[in-house]
Design a protein around this ligand. Structure first.
Ligand SMILES: Cc1cc2nc3c(=O)[nH]c(=O)nc-3n(C[C@H](O)[C@H](O)[C@H](O)COP(=O)(O)O)c2cc1C
Length: 465
């Protein structure tokens, strides 16, 4: 009779000592992460109608931070007034001081549970959006170019729903687009940089520019979506111009704060961006001061199979890491490496530096703590069923068949903050690090207009003067 093995699979025989690389600290632009596990940016579809942070958003992010990752990246914040008119269902917004309260509480909740906070900031979603005004044309690099989703390129659960549910077909074709003018591009870039300064004021430790899977920055890069003939389109260096300038202005605006960029490692579309081209993009960004590169994958909605990968498609991310690391002297983060044993081995082998986890941390936010406490066998492994994403695309907050708390964290006291502690510093650490020049806004912000030394109105407040 065949003897059955009583040995546990590799991933189950683990103690904290088995993850020396994944649990090792790392510095990004002078800011130290306690380990190399990051919460990947995820729009969790829990914000209010106009992009406000809600009590549930805070409970959700508290649970992710309490799980013990070194870094928590926010879901995407739309960072200009124009971008905010064209969200994806329900995206958070941050482009005006009046928006700061929600993001401030958000960063505080992350800090309260001992992690660092990175704001993912987007200059817009381009053609991949759902405009508030259904007749509005989405601002994009190129006019008259809506996206179209083909079932063969969609992730599994999405493809299944497209066949079964007529209503899901509403998202298979995007809105019509209009071409952003050069003047608008420059205005948007500057407003974006100012919004990144707001994120720093809210207490975020780092900024991540959202330039990945098929959204606005990516649309400028790709020959499939950029058909312009001016200085922002056509030849390669012109298609890189929008993102390069955005990096430059953000670097200038947020001195002292680590700024990184999330890009797709390649497009996986015929005639689309190749890995060699994307390595070139990363090199340009580094030359302009990027402190980390965060690799996702795929062309966006038209090719969501790599954006939200199954296990096979996620497999090659480590190889992408090698290709990018070869040319970069800053940390490289890669997505979707759910298996901690493999992730630890790959980081140890120098294939990439940080493991960014999305769905796995929706499914089990305690993953980092479980590794650190020798409880790896208790990790609830994500099955990549994609019900989280599917619910999001249907306009509902994310939920998970394996995590009964997801989406209802606001009901649980353990993810709430307490009052300020005696002696606790009420000034965010990011303020100490940041050196943020005033960006030119209206004439009175210009350097040549001096600050008044004395007020011309006599002081009439109470007390001696
Ligand atoms: C519900 C959901 C929302 C997402 N929202 C964002 C987002 O706002 N910004 C972004 O860059 N990626 C977003 N992603 C992509 C993830 O960050 C991640 O790259 C992807 O899920 C693959 O990693 P995973 O296998 O660990 O989930 C989202 C993914 C999911 C499942």
């Amino acid at each position: 009779m065949k003897k059955t093995s009583r040995r546990q699979p590799a991933a189950m025989r683990t103690t904290a000592a088995a993850f020396p690389n994944l649990l090792a600290p790392i510095a990004i632009g002078g800011v130290k992460l306690k380990n190399r596990i990051a919460v990947a940016p995820m729009q969790e579809f829990m914000s209010g109608y106009e992009g406000e942070v809600t009590e549930q958003t805070l409970g959700y992010i508290g649970a992710r931070a309490k799980g013990g990752p070194g870094l928590v990246t926010s879901g995407v914040f739309l960072a200009t007034r124009l971008a905010a008119q064209f969200p994806m269902g329900r995206s958070m917004v941050l482009y005006h001081p009046g928006h700061q309260i929600g993001p401030t509480l958000y960063a505080e909740r992350i800090h309260y549970f001992g992690s660092l906070a990175c704001a993912q900031m987007s200059p817009g979603l381009g053609r991949q959006c759902t405009p508030y005004d259904p007749d509005a044309l989405a601002p994009a690099p190129t006019a008259d170019l809506p996206y179209e989703i083909a079932r063969e390129k969609a992730f599994d659960a999405f493809a299944r729903t497209l066949s079964a549910d007529g209503r899901a077909r509403m998202v298979t074709v995007g809105p019509m687009t209009r071409e952003l003018s050069v003047a608008e591009i420059r205005r948007e870039q500057k407003e974006f940089a100012g919004s990144c300064q707001l994120a720093v004021l809210c207490g975020f430790d780092m900024i991540e520019i959202h330039a990945t899977h098929g959204f606005l920055c990516h649309q400028f890069l790709s020959p499939l979506t950029n058909k312009r003939t001016d200085l922002y389109g056509g030849e390669w260096r012109n298609r890189k111009r929008f993102l390069n300038e955005l990096m430059e202005v953000t670097r200038y605006a947020c001195q002292g704060i680590p700024v990184g960029v999330r890009i797709s490692a390649e497009e996986h579309m015929e005639g689309g961006l190749t890995r060699e081209e994307m390595v070139d993009v990363a090199r340009d960004l580094r030359a302009r001061g990027a402190d980390f590169i965060h690799l996702s994958d795929g062309a966006g909605l038209e090719e969501s199979g790599h954006q939200i990968p199954d296990a096979d498609r996620a497999e090659h991310m480590a190889e992408h890491g090698i290709a990018f690391k070869r040319d970069l002297d800053v940390p490289v983060m890669v997505i979707s490496q759910h298996d901690p044993v493999k992730a630890d081995r790959d980081i140890g082998a120098g294939k990439y530096d940080i493991s960014a986890l999305g769905r796995q941390l929706l499914c089990d936010p305690e993953y980092p703590n479980k590794l650190a406490q020798g409880r790896a066998r208790e990790i609830v492994r994500c099955t990549r069923c994609n019900i989280c994403m599917l619910r999001g695309l249907a306009g509902m907050y994310v939920a998970c068949p394996l995590n009964p708390e997801l989406g209802r964290e606001y009901l649980l006291d353990r993810y709430k903050m307490g009052a300020w502690k005696r002696g606790e510093d009420v000034i965010p650490k990011s303020w100490d690090r940041a050196k943020m020049p005033a960006l030119e806004k209206k004439p009175w912000w210009r350097e040549e207009v001096p600050l008044l030394e004395e007020c011309w109105r006599p002081f009439r407040g109470p007390g001696p003067r």
